[in-house]
Design a protein around this ligand. Structure first.
Ligand code: PMP
Length: 391
């Protein structure tokens, strides 16, 4: 996996941080890297590069059931979120989002409203991570809203948001709706003719494409102030200047295609494996708590709190299982998960939570090996702590 021989035995359960590159995406990316051509050039190699980008755009649009012309390629979901929020906020009015968004939304929202903090409304969630709509329903009556941005699936817990009532309320109030679908795309079916959002962000590496490439969907006809983050050569219809990352985009397209073809089979299979993992954990360690277990979640995610056992110690005691304490983006930082705190967990519980995320390559044997390793790691950390306490 990393070139480190010890790492070849690793059971990889961190698909929400990044998924392994799908073989189809690897082949397509390598093939594109081997060929020359700037997708804006008019000569033959340039036209070939443009044709590869067109194919990728069609492959992604087929996964989302949208039109290829509604997609802007970006460097990932962080850029797509920034682009969506900054442009939509320029409409004027309040920006509404939730307390459990990824920092790529939450920090962007805080930054762009910093001069007018009262134009930011952050919706709370309940103990299951479900968004409380009351403040939104009240805000639509009293304020002009620019944008409502609510993630469709949470990266730490996998908890899904029923977007329909949010979209209805926001549209009635004349607001645009954005969803960060980074963890959802390629994992559950998504049909943009049915899900009436105006803007949607995604990132290729969460569904088996390369890192550093993603897209923003902008529904045709959306009145979005033209506020590109990168200005220059007018690429992507003036929304994102800069030579296109042809190989990355091609890899994204191939991963989108493979996901579309395998999703129907994979989603229930992965959910089944996640359920086996959870059943094993809760039966062997009755004290642990699965966050968001009572509400609909992504198939492959489980967020487990091992009360009073620091997550970093548990992870360090099972080096052959790759999982994450909190989200990868905030790991390394000393602050506890803002998602778990928003769900009412204590700081100690947030610090004792491990996220396992399964995906298209996860097997039954991976889950069996991981389960055994987790139970041993938890028992090891518990004994070590007891010994320290007793010393
Ligand atoms: N949104 C969510 C929900 C995510 O999980 C991530 C990646 N952790 C991002 C946005 C940012 O994606 P990227 O790093 O690819 O820009």
């Amino acid at each position: 996996m990393t070139g480190d021989p010890a790492a070849t035995n690793v059971v990889y359960l961190d698909y929400n941080a990044t998924a392994p590159l799908r073989p189809e995406a690897l082949e397509a990316t390598l093939d594109a890297l081997r060929s020359v051509g700037n997708a804006s050039s008019m000569h033959h190699p340039g036209r070939e590069a443009a044709a590869r980008v067109d194919l990728a755009r069609r492959q992604l649009s087929a996964l989302l059931n949208c039109s290829p012309g509604e997609l802007i390629f970006t460097s990932g979901a962080t850029e797509a979120n920034n682009l969506a929020l900054r442009a939509a906020y320029a409409r004027g009015g309040t920006l509404v989002t939730t307390a459990v968004e990824h920092p790529a939304v939450l920090e962007t929202a805080r930054t762009i409203t910093a001069d007018e903090p009262c134009s930011l409304l952050v919706l709370p969630v309940d103990e299951d991570g479900v968004v409380d709509l009351e403040p939104l329903l009240s805000a639509v009556r009293h304020r002009k809203l620019a944008l409502v941005s609510v993630m469709i699936a949470n990266n730490e817990t996998g908890v899904l948001t029923a977007l329909a009532p949010i979209i209805e309320a926001a549209h009635e109030a004349g607001a645009l709706v954005h969803t960060d679908a980074t963890q959802y795309v390629g994992r559950l079916p998504l049909d943009l003719t049915e899900l009436d959002v105006d803007l949607l962000s995604l990132s290729a590496h969460k569904f088996g494409g390369p890192q550093g490439v993603g897209a923003l969907f902008v529904r045709r006809g959306t009145l979005l102030p033209h506020r590109p983050l990168l200005v220059g050569g007018g690429h992507e219809r003036g929304w994102r200047a800069g030579t296109l990352n042809v190989a990355g985009i091609v890899g994204l397209g191939a991963a989108a295609e493979a996901s579309r073809l395998q999703l129907e089979h994979d989603a229930p299979r992965i959910a089944g494996l996640r359920d086996v993992l959870e059943a094993g954990l809760t039966s062997q360690m009755p004290g642990c708590r699965i966050n968001g277990a009572r509400v609909p979640r992504l198939p492959g995610v489980t967020s487990v709190t091992f009360h009073n056992l620091p997550a970093d110690a548990v992870l360090a005691s099972m080096p052959h299982v790759a999982a994450s304490d909190g989200s990868a983006c905030s790991s390394g930082a000393p602050s506890p998960s803002h998602v778990l705190l928003a769900m009412g967990r204590s700081r100690d519980d947030a610090d004792s939570t491990v996220r396992f995320s399964l995906g298209y390559g996860t097997t039954k044997s991976d889950v069996e090996v991981a389960l055994d390793a987790i139970v041993k790691a938890v028992s090891h950390v518990r004994s070590a702590l007891a010994a320290t306490d007793g010393a």
